[in-house]
Ligand binder design. Structure first.
Ligand SMILES: Cc1ncc(COP(=O)(O)O)c(C=O)c1O
Length: 452
């Protein structure tokens, strides 16, 4: 009998997930609740998670590298964070006005993030981006915004262009052309193009995913941070760092603390609680954030930025956020996650090299690892840490094959199969298993001709 293919093995090993996906399709359009969770022929359905491990409905255990979409530096269900959440559940989760814990939570963020002179809490990264843009437009009195090619910024209408080619077309139907007509999308790292776009002094904000597109898949030249800061100041435009993933991961103070460039506004999300649902904040310079102040009647009605939200700064997020960020603030989790990432990077790169497969494993100097399989136009011209090759293709067919092959060996990458969000609690054994699984996956993919 012929050996089953990896696809057949996936269907067999994860049969309960397959069944659940079949049922889900009759209830939840497309069977998943987030576009990025879609995996062919079906995604895994999971039941619980602890530390670096996660379990599916068939009882399989995986080393998890998606970690709450990148926000879980301390792994899943960290005991200190769980205790804080449990205690707060007993005390209540929404008081209809400010809770006492809001001050302590805001104080930690203020200390850690250089741009956080003021903090406005909200419920997700998407909301943070929406209000970041709104504040910038209100403050500057300008309409246009600048984004960079391939940068992701969540679901707000105005940022649904730029993430995917063709860059000028929204990734979603139902978005009005008028919602995106003021969004300019530029190539990253090109100073002349940025200056040209700013010259008319009609751009409210330059928005940048702080470590580069999709947490560094396409990176940012170190000198370009200063370039963006200098040019935005020159033309009266605000600079916004989207630190929804990098916020407390790249360093305890985010990319901005590490590169020494302070933006006017910063968007934060899951990272402010270690992924308690309902986390988000816009933080920024006092003068910009004061667009939220109540003043006289005319200002309040015609000039200020209004902000509502039942769950803003809710006690449950505040309690978990304090517990989580106090651990992050020590700096140890960043060091541990970075060290784990380097080990994984070197081990996985060795598997490519042993097989003479062209490709690169890189981490943009923090704890998100990316796999690129293929020849690179910039080979020999880069440091293999920050990838500046914006033209490289990452086939979703290959990415999903990689995801499935990893899953068969007890490793769960991000659904694209090419990205790994490494935490401080991944153990040496986790890393070893992952490196071995990568080598085996490559062999299978060559054998099955997924990898040519
Ligand atoms: C850089 C970036 N911005 C914004 C968002 C949107 O955040 P949320 O999913 O909390 O709406 C994400 C989500 O992962 C993100 O990675």
């Amino acid at each position: 009998m012929a050996k089953p293919t990896s696809l057949e093995q996936y269907e067999e090993k994860f049969s309960r997930s397959k069944e659940m996906f079949g049922k889900a399709e009759g209830m939840v359009p497309r069977g998943v609740a987030h576009d990025a969770w879609q995996v062919s022929p079906f995604p895994l359905f999971l039941t619980r998670a602890r530390g670096s491990r996660i379990w599916d409905v068939d009882g399989n255990e995986f080393v998890d590298y998606f970690g709450g979409h990148g926000g879980k530096m301390l792994g899943h269900a960290h005991p200190v964070v769980v205790r804080a959440a449990q205690e707060q559940m007993e005390k209540g989760v929404q008081f209809g006005t400010c809770c006492d814990l809001m001050l302590e939570w805001a104080g930690i963020i203020q200390k850690l993030v250089p741009s956080a002179e003021r903090i406005e809490f909200m419920n997700s990264g998407t909301e943070a981006v929406l209000y970041g843009v709104r504040l910038a437009r209100a403050y500057t009195g300008r309409k246009k915004i600048i984004r960079f090619q391939f940068h992701f910024a969540g679901a707000y209408d105005a940022v649904t262009v730029g993430y995917k080619k063709p860059f000028e077309v929204s990734v979603s139907a139902g978005v009005l052309p008028s919602a995106v007509e003021d969004t300019i999308v530029l190539p990253m790292n090109e100073e002349a193009a940025l200056e040209e776009a700013l010259r008319n002094r009609d751009v409210a904000v330059v928005m940048v995913e702080a470590a580069g597109a999709s947490s560094g898949v396409v990176g940012i030249k170190p000198s370009f941070y200063q370039t963006m800061r200098g040019l935005t100041e020159k033309y009266g435009t605000l600079l916004l760092f989207d630190e929804v993933v990098t916020g407390f991961r790249y360093s305890p103070g985010g990319v901005q603390a590490a590169v020494g460039v302070t933006p006017d506004l910063t968007t934060l999300g899951k990272g402010i609680t270690g992924v308690m649902p309902g986390s988000g904040a816009v933080v920024g310079k006092k003068n910009v954030m004061e667009m939220l102040l109540f003043k006289d009647e005319h200002w309040n009605r015609y000039q200020r930025v209004s902000h509502f939200g039942t769950f803003n700064a809710n006690p449950l997020c505040a309690a978990t956020g304090i517990a989580y960020l106090n651990i992050i603030a020590t700096g140890q989790p960043t060091q541990d996650a970075n060290r784990n990432t380097r080990k994984l990077r070197d081990g996985m790169q060795a598997k490519l090299d042993e097989r003479e497969i062209p490709g690169c494993i890189y981490d943009t100097n923090f704890s998100v690892l990316h796999v690129y399989l293929g020849k690179c136009d910039l080979q020999g011209q880069c440091d293999r840490v920050v990838c500046l090759n914006a033209g490289k293709e990452r086939s979703s067919e290959v990415g999903q094959a990689l995801y499935r092959n990893f899953a068969l060996q007890g490793v769960k990458s991000a659904p694209r199969g090419f990205d790994f969000y490494v935490s401080a609690v991944h153990s040496g054994e986790d890393l070893k298993r992952t490196i071995k699984a990568f080598g085996n996956s490559l062999d299978t993919m060559i054998e099955e001709k997924t990898l040519k």
